[in-house]
Design a protein around this ligand. Structure first.
Ligand SMILES: [Zn+2]
Length: 490
């Protein structure tokens, strides 16, 4: 067997001011054929798992380009078309192939393309013809469009959020691909549109039990894979929303019935998935009143992992207004301010304006005489077994508050982001971080308490109020009962 694999992935928050060009892919992951590292990034496990499968089977794996950009705003048209055509040319050169196994994200939006993955898959299908297996692994924070369903044989999505299972799901993808190629199964997709949009962390109830339940149902031999496509509310595209996907061994009726049953169960739990959140006034008051620390205030919606700039100052303004001490903020993205601090040098006291420059709803830039405490070039924090870069960084002090300014947008994965900047996070009363969910595993080990704070409007986190132009307006929470409305009208 000859199998072609490639990766083209990013997550586009169409409301984000941070546009993505080819350099953004090159800064995150750009690996020409054969140069993908041994360890995968989020969307490139189909390549690394594919190498193992090909070695075991004695099959030929033809690697195309792997490109991933960290989540941000609209993708530049030339960048998308260039990467797409590079991979399509590689596929043409590799023909004939027996299968195409891809790593996608599924929430990309490029200038001129509302559904780049649908466009890409359609072109792949055109090259290989109707009878060749085309499949992909995707992130559940994505849009499942009719175009994609028509172009591919099957999809497998990560089940966990945080996405701890991207390698496990790539193994599922390849297992189903191998069973298909060896004639044991015929993968057929059935989809139910839940007609809703929400955020579904699997680290807490009710989603934890829901995912455990679908993994039990997958033990049925007819069921090859079940995915919840969470949807991505920051992507203003026509097919935005939550979908339930069941891949069966050629049992479309059974698949449709199960997708509908599970989809309606999920719909019945709408609005209960997120952790309760408080505003910045309550968060700061509670943290300052706490008897022990560190109290971690998570600025959950200014999360660069969801494509925002990560420069909001709403919580910091509240802390400054109340004279908070023993407090550290990690991080506020401001490359210009970092550059100024680097020029000033450690120990300098300088007038500085920083933060809240990228978008409305992120607070106001902070002005003050700051002390430059520590400067680190190419700073990195731990992230599980690996490291996450946050660029040149400056630890500054303003009115007794330690603030880390960074130049590469990064969510706050781990307390080591403070220690590399010379701040002992365990000795602080209050830590403010920017992350929705990924921070929990590491920060919960040192936190006396965690407060989930919704501060300002850096992210379109309230779909009922978001000024969508292209997304559907007849799904929950924009309307109370979209299923009744739809079925009543039909
Ligand atoms: Zn995701």
């Amino acid at each position: 067997m000859r199998i072609f694999t490639a990766v083209l992935a990013t997550e586009t928050n169409t409301f984000s001011p941070i546009c993505v060009d080819r350099r953004a892919f090159e800064a995150s992951l750009y690996a020409p054929p054969g140069e993908h590292p041994e360890t995968p990034t989020l969307c490139s496990a189909p390549i690394t798992v594919g190498r193992q499968v090909a070695a075991e089977k004695g099959w030929e794996l033809i690697e195309g380009t792997a490109a991933w950009a960290d989540p941000a705003g609209l993708v530049n048209r030339t960048a998308y078309e260039g990467l797409r055509d590079e991979i399509l040319d590689q596929l043409r050169a590799a023909m004939p192939v027996d299968a195409v196994v891809l790593g996608l994200h599924g929430a990309m939006v490029a200038a001129g393309y509302e559904d780049p993955e649908g466009d890409f898959l359609t072109r792949v299908r055109k090259i290989v013809g109707p009878d060749i297996l085309v499949c992909a692994e995707l992130d559940p924070h994505s849009h499942l469009t009719k175009k994609r369903l028509a172009a591919a044989n099957f999809f497998v999505y990560f089940k966990e959020f945080p996405h701890t299972d991207f390698v496990d799901r790539a193994e599922d993808l390849w297992r189903i691909a191998v069973d298909t190629l060896e004639g044991r199964v015929k993968a057929v997709m059935s989809v139910f549109d839940c007609r809703m949009i929400d955020v579904y962390p699997t680290s807490r109830e009710p989603m934890r039990s829901f995912v455990d339940k679908i993994m039990t149902i997958e033990k049925d031999a007819d069921i090859l894979s079940i995915s919840v496509i969470h949807g991505f509310m920051a992507g203003d595209v026509p097919e935005m929303g939550t979908k339930l996907l069941v891949v069966t061994d050629n049992k479309p009726d059974k698949g449709s019935a199960l997708a509908r049953e599970l989809g309606l169960e999920l719909f019945s739990k709408r609005g209960t998935f997120m952790m309760p959140q408080i505003d910045e006034k309550l968060a700061v008051a509670q943290a300052m009143a706490a008897h022990s620390g560190p109290v971690v205030i998570a600025d959950v919606w200014d999360n660069p992992g969801g494509g925002t700039a990560g420069d909001a100052t709403v919580i910091l303004e509240e802390l400054l207004a109340h004279g908070a001490r023993e407090t550290a903020i990690g991080t506020i993205w401001d490359p210009m301010a970092v550059q100024i601090c680097m020029a000033a040098g450690e120990g300098a006291e300088i007038p500085l304006r920083f933060g809240a420059k990228s978008a409305p709803g992120t607070g106001n830039p902070i002005d003050g005489i700051v002390k430059v405490v520590r400067l680190v070039a190419n700073a990195e924090m731990r992230f599980g077994e690996s490291f996450a870069p946050f660029g040149d960084a400056a630890h500054i002090e303003l009115n007794g508050i330690d603030i880390i300014l960074n130049s590469t947008r990064a969510q706050s994965f781990d307390p080591s982001l403070f220690s590399v900047m010379g701040i002992d996070p365990t000795r602080k009363k209050i830590l403010v971080i920017k992350s929705t969910n990924h921070f929990y595993a590491s920060f919960s080990k040192i936190a006396s308490e965690i407060l989930y704070c919704s501060a300002g409007t850096p992210y379109p986190n309230n779909p009922a109020r978001t000024p969508y132009r292209r997304a559907p307006k007849d799904i929950w929470p924009m309307v109370a009962d979209p299923h009744a409305a739809k079925e009543g009208a039909a």
